[in-house]
Design a protein around this ligand. Sequence first.
Ligand code: NAD
Length: 256
Amino acid sequence: SLSGKTAVITGSNSGIGLGVARELAKAGADIVLNSFTDNDDDHKLASDMAEEFGVTVRYIQADMSKADQCRALIEKAGKCDILVNNAGIQHVAPIDEFPTEKWDAIIAINMNSAFHTTAAALPLMRKGGWGRIVNIASAHGLTASPYKSAYVTAKHGVVGMTKVVALETAKEDITANAICPGYVHTPLVEKQIPDTAKKYDMTEEEAIEKVILERQPSKQFATVEQIGGTAVFLCSSAAEQITGTTISVDGGWTAL
Ligand code: NAD
């Protein structure tokens, strides 16, 4: 059980971050949810989760595109035994047309934020004598696709950073690993299905198999619960000697 541990999950008011937070809460961890917004819905998410799992859940607003706010998130959390760097955005365009501000935002949110939160969290983990860092990278941390230069760069960077953090903490009861999902069923992906079907004049089933999951040999989406379960595994005693590596949850994508 993760009872008594506090988990901070960046970008966790939807999608994978929320799914990971729910699985960690189910395993008994107290939770800090985060996004850049500060709505009633965000705080309700926290109170509902606290009630459902009987753990403490706080929502802390912080914009992961800003170095000082990344560090402030960890400082406000006060305790951080488990850090899940999940916040991420995407933009798709050929390199010679890629807007500089989109490049900067993706590098800041998808990569730099993990540096700042990790730097702020390590002293707290050392104080507690235990720490687990789980970076949500991507199959695009291991392979590339055209038109996703910033995303692929940031995710490869996160995989590299994960290895360095693992080496710097190797003698301590602290691990750092990256989960590399293929396509995961999130509200964001769900919304793309009807549009993709229309664009290619296909049924939704065909659009999923032939277009969206083209590179995923299983022809199935991973679920946010599976990503969450992988994060819980990385926090378990079975994973004590797993550090500085990646776990693909991609239906065979990176085996191709
Ligand atoms: P999502 O859009 O549902 O979730 C992204 C989360 O990040 C949201 O909670 C959002 O509020 C938050 N966020 C965005 N900008 C932020 C900022 N500036 N500060 C703080 N929070 C911010 O998308 P998702 O699919 O759940 O993606 C989560 C992570 O998983 C990302 O890092 C993404 O690259 C990665 N990933 C997703 C897939 C997939 O198929 N969905 C596959 C591989 C990797």
